[in-house]
Design a protein around this ligand. Sequence first.
Ligand SMILES: [Zn+2]
Length: 476
Amino acid sequence: MLSLYNSLTRRVEPFEPLHPPKVGVYTCGPTVYGHVHIGNWSTFVAADVLVRWLRERYEVTYVQNITDVEDKIIRDSQAAGQDRKTFTDHWTKIYLDGLEQLDARRMIDHLPLATEHIEGMVAMIQTLLDKGHAYMAEDGSIYYRVSSFPTYGELAHLDPESLMAGASGRVAADEYEKDQVADFALWKAYVPADGEVWWSPAFVIDGTAQILDGRPGWHIECSVMSMKLLGEEFDIHMGGEDLLFPHHQNEIAQSEAATGHTPFVRVWLHRRHLRVDGGKMSKSLKNFYTIEDVIDRCGPDGPASFRYLVATSHYRHSLDFSWSAMDRAHATRRGLVEARTRFAKLAEGAKASTTFQAFEDRFTAAMDDDLSTSEAIASVHDAVGEANRRAHGDALTPEDAASVVALMDRADRVLGLALKEEGPALSSEVQALLDQRAAARASRNWAESDRLRDVLRDEHGLVVKDTSNGQELTKA
Ligand SMILES: [Zn+2]
């Protein structure tokens, strides 16, 4: 049985779906205004592993939103001289490419854009107005009245006294600190700095309809998109630990006050921060890395090695990223790929024995124990070590080899480590180079043959070998 650490109760609890076998999962996606850094990627990868593991038992609906209207987007799209949509379309595409590279796209059922749900946001804000949880400020913005929600602060375990001290003011910014607890913006009145970004919905305020030009606050976006796609109560909400306050606290306050249903979300999961070289990652320290940097360093299978690195630490522990740790993860994962290829060759046609069942049981128990991926990976390494020892003494039967391969394939399915050695996919461009090279060799033009070999290596990361069966390709 799966147990998960719930940030709301601060306990590891048995996971029981609200409507088994269905499970609803929501992860706060990126604000699309620039490259997603590896810290955020580590959260999206952890969420992907959660969903992969849940799917072994449940019918999961997995939603990850895209925030395409927000303070930073308006600021940076103007600086780039682009309208909001052009700007966010560009960064959304780069984000989706990253998800593909990390093999973290397949699990997601819905990727809603905030701007496609403005109507739902207006409706929820109206409900909050009607129920006395929201009010209009002098400038035509609408704020959430924190004092109207008695359990505000519960998720972040805020001290009620400091909460009372801070709760008098208002905060218009989407992001703020715990000591700035205040009424937060649901609808932000238009200001000239917003440029072309506004909507003109009608709200009924104190019985009077009013058009309020403006845009939604960030927090209301997630409440609306999650409940629209998963229902007013759902199972699991995940995000980076930086979102716990105020974002997730505000989602709870908005959703529960609007629907009257408690709890809005049963289990809150938070991925700890990733640290770079033992410290905080930031643009100013120039240690702000992206998945492109990982590919530049490790090659096209670098993202799989990044997933391996993420899986070697528990999601509630901070992950120490450094390029040497990345290199080690890459080499270790490739070692597993080679081991799997060897065992698969030996296992060809054999039915898996139960010899390595104990390792697989360990894998399952580890994943069920609050997603202890590091322990799950350790069980795979131990199984591989044992299989190698047996193979060394000629005591590894094809059936045993099949059993190890089965465990590795399961780990691969759950953790997404790309352990199966696949011949590199040949693009038409690569195929053309191979054809040209075959022709060059047939006419004994060795210089041209060598030149094409170098092009394949330098531009496509492929090593070509000439064998009795013709040219064979492996990844460089
Ligand atoms: Zn969110």
